[in-house]
Design a protein around this ligand. Sequence first.
Ligand SMILES: Cc1cc2nc3c(=O)[nH]c(=O)nc-3n(C[C@H](O)[C@H](O)[C@H](O)COP(=O)(O)OP(=O)(O)OC[C@H]3O[C@@H](n4cnc5c(N)ncnc54)[C@H](O)[C@@H]3O)c2cc1C
Length: 440
Amino acid sequence: MKIVVIGGNAAGMSFAAKYKRNQPSDEVVVIEKRDYISFGGCGLPYFAGGMFDDTERMISRSPEQAIKSGLDLRISTEVVSIDRDNKQVEVLANGQKERIDYDKVIICTGARPIVPSFGEYNPENVFTLTSQEDGLAVKAAFAEEKNQNICVIGAGFIGLEVFDAADHLNKKVIIIERASRVMSRQFGADMVSAVEQSITEAGADLRVDCSVEAIRDADAGGYEVITDKGSVFADVVVMSLGFKPNTEMFDLDKHSTGALLVNEFGQTADENIYAVGDCAVAHHIALNQSVYLPLATTANKQARMMADNLSGKDVYLEGFLGSSCLKVLDYEMACTGVTQALAEESGIEHKISVISDKNQTDYCPGQEDIKVKLIYNPTTKVILGGEIVGKKGAVSRINALAVAITAKMTTSQLGYLDFCYAPPFARTWDALNVAGNVAK
Ligand SMILES: Cc1cc2nc3c(=O)[nH]c(=O)nc-3n(C[C@H](O)[C@H](O)[C@H](O)COP(=O)(O)OP(=O)(O)OC[C@H]3O[C@@H](n4cnc5c(N)ncnc54)[C@H](O)[C@@H]3O)c2cc1C
């Protein structure tokens, strides 16, 4: 069997490494257009914010290591088309085209940042943050003493991580968000208000309900960022406006986002073509439908399952919950499953309950507020999703909630679930128990 993997990052390399270990005598060709592979972009905001300085720490495998493991890795090589009739991929390297035969293709082309047309401006200090090159450029721009005003466009995961990084470097940050709140796709307004307040108290200028219309070069250097509510000055602009799957070249069925439609084993409508990672949909356990979940966790796990499955192993991955988390200043924000926004958007029957509690006892240092929102079925009380925000313990609790949702537990089962307790960590009734008991 000859497998051609397009894209050598999280999904592509997870698939290729696992499949090669399973089937050492099969030929696995990995085509990657960049000159590096296995790059963990998740570290970029922390790299830019000065938490570490060596880009190698974001790379889990070098091309040499991949080749030594038996993979036929072609870096600096781009796939330009798939000829499904002749079962060949066409690649371009050093200006030369070549055709490579395949038995199966695994599309792992990921997604690219959305960059709206904001007019003409000098791009020198206007960035997105997804590649190693972006990371080096943003870090260098942040390091320059003259660059004190940082404008972040978009207050989703990456935008807020960039804010956190810039704040850590004592920059003056302006955050511009079109929606009425930060993290609007993951958290309700009631959940993010304390985080928004702390962003403002940290000295940032947070503008929600505000749309960027253009970027212009300012007369004295830097940029004028023009919004529908006036303009702001910035030395550096970082755009974090979401992602678009790299799927235009594939003549296959697509989701409204452009992600490739696949079954639970990652197979497209063409039985010899599979897709995984940020370029494909994934099955959402609690919604019981395919959705777009561009996360490293989804890419890695789905790719590994597909490698086992294509090797003939009887494995099954039920799906995903889109569990995700974020640090903003002192806050942990975490969500899993069907969030309030997703429930409303999908029209799924649901009920919502929110509690404000404490993360631990008051006589041990470290007691903080914690807010838990549960989304559940109003009839069966089966938990569908949750949002947790607090200064300590939100992330660990969302992981427990992900287990409960996967096990299709009800709110009353959560209410009695035997969570551990000791004064520095929780109270006898953990915040999740309280949330379960209150959700009737
Ligand atoms: C700043 C940042 C922070 C993040 N933080 C988190 C986090 O905390 N948690 C989390 O779960 N996720 C996080 N993510 C998301 C995570 O990085 C992605 O979900 C993950 O990288 C997806 O992996 P992938 O292999 O599908 O796609 P990508 O990582 O996009 O890789 C696709 C690869 O395909 C190559 N390619 C594309 N087209 C072609 C072609 N035609 N020919 C050859 N090669 C091609 C690309 O060069 C690239 O190497 C973050 C992302 C960013 C940018």
